[in-house]
Design a protein around this ligand. Structure first.
Ligand code: ADP
Ligand code: MG
Length: 422
């Protein structure tokens, strides 16, 4: 296999090409010109996994990969959406007829995401609720269903489009307090669109990253209160590369597994009498909290899930401290420990993810872990620049040898959150 393993190095996104595609589809399928184009990124989470629903801390970065929507408001209350990813005719309906997932009038398939955004925003008072009809064409270079949040890229680009079409200005993320307040509101609408519109569980990390991340920075996100900090990620200066490995094994959160993890964490929090399980060890220790849980009658499985959340929170804090101390090359063991915890205690890894992370470490990666919801999807590896090719080759070889799909590898940088692009 030597020589034919390509690592795609996306230093700068080719958002112009994606935007041109969105515009073309708009013209061809919906007719006329869009009023504007908006782009939102996928994300990868460096650490802090499966903790957002337990009030924990995550550390995602926005990817250079983006979804672009070309949009135009309508006055007649109707919605038409089309995507390059879905070859069928545009979906069309009246916004007033749209209902949440599971009810009569629920939108089936991918259109539920953008239509869900419009629906969620229409429930709101004020300007954000004013757009009640829309023509929308979608193009994207975010891999779909790879655990890199193509769904958030879609909902967040749509939400920003709707906000700006409603006359709410949408400058770059972090432009000021007003801008941040708008983006916080849009995050809530996108989460609602995914949860209630599309019936797809999501804890909010993806939408926060897609709307609020800054270029060159990780987004340190506290799910308990929604506050964010921007932590510089200086990999290149340290000769480091962040490799994302899409295993191409479908990451569909099989049969309510996500809901089951959430329920176990909710039970642990209830036993402790705290709203936020991930915060329970602050001021004491993980062992203390586990003792308290045991004394309160927590089942073995609930204890394991809680141990994942509590230790992951510690690892995330330790990793941020290393980054702030200018030591990104030392975070590898924390990534490895995160993977072990997700595999053993939270039980959300998969053979594909275990094979590629093991292979990456064996070939010299400083650390490797699954990222995102798990059960397939993507992994990441922190690699010295000089080891990238060897790691890429080892990962590909191991996956193919195990009979898994051939993974897709990409070296990523921390890109900016959603913005208007045309
Ligand atoms: P992930 O967000 O990790 O990529 P999800 O299962 O959460 O995976 O979301 C994938 C779904 O989002 C797709 O099945 C589709 O319904 C929708 N989606 C994402 N990107 C697009 C796109 N470019 N065009 C149409 N639908 C999309
Ligand atoms: Mg998603």
């Amino acid at each position: 296999m030597t020589g034919d393993v390509a690592v795609d190095r996306v230093a700068a996104p080719d958002v112009e090409r994606t935007a041109a595609t969105a515009r073309e589809i708009f013209q061809r399928s919906l007719g006329g010109e869009p009023a504007g184009l908006w782009a939102a990124p996928g994300r990868v989470n460096l650490i802090g996994e499966h903790v957002d629903y337990a009030g924990g801390t995550s550390l995602p970065l926005a990817l250079p990969h983006r979804t672009v929507v070309a949009a135009r408001p309508r006055e007649d209350g109707r919605v038409r959406v089309i995507s390059a990813w879905a070859p069928e005719e545009p979906w069309e309906g009246a916004l007033a007829d749209v209902r949440p997932a599971g009810q009569d009038g629920a939108v089936a398939g991918w259109p539920a995401y953008p239509v869900g955004v419009l629906w969620a925003l229409a429930q709101r008072e004020g300007r954000l609720g004013e757009v009640t009809g829309l023509d929308l064409a979608v193009a994207s270079d975010v891999p779909v269903g790879a655990g890199l949040s193509s769904s958030a890229a879609l909902t967040c680009s749509t939400a920003l489009a709707v906000a700006e079409l409603a006359g709410v200005p949408s400058s770059a993320p972090g432009a000021g307090a007003d801008e941040d307040a708008l983006r916080v509101e849009l995050v809530a609408a996108c989460v609602r669109a995914e949860n209630e519109g599309a019936g797809s569980p999501t804890g909010g990390m993806d939408q926060q990253a897609s709307l609020r991340a800054r270029a060159g920075h990780l987004l340190l996100l506290d799910a308990a209160d929604g506050t964010v900090e921007h932590v510089p990620l200086a990999l290149e200066e340290h000769g480091l590369v962040l490799l994302v490995v899409d295993t191409r094994a479908n990451h569909a959160l099989v049969d309510g597994q996500y809901a089951a993890r959430r329920a176990a964490c909710d039970r642990a929090a209830a036993l402790l009498g705290t709203p936020h399980l991930a915060r329970a060890a602050r001021g004491s220790s993980v062992l203390d909290v586990l003792d308290r849980l045991r004394a309160a009658g927590a089942e073995a499985e609930v204890l394991r899930r809680a141990r994942h959340v509590l230790t992951e929170e510690e690892r995330t804090r330790a990793l941020v401290a290393l980054l702030r101390a200018g030591r990104p090359g030392d975070v590898g063991p924390l990534l490895d420990a995160s993977h072990a915890s997700l595999r053993e205690d939270h039980e959300v890894s998969s053979p594909e993810l275990d094979v590629v992370t093991d292979a990456a470490r064996a070939a010299g990666a400083l650390g490797a872990r699954m990222t995102g919801g798990g059960f397939g999807g993507s992994a990441l590896a922190l690699v010295r620049e000089g080891d990238v090719d060897a790691v890429a080759e080892a990962v590909t070889r191991a996956a193919v040898h195990a009979g898994h799909p051939r993974p897709q590898l990409v070296a990523v940088v921390a890109a900016a959150g959603a913005s208007r692009v045309g």
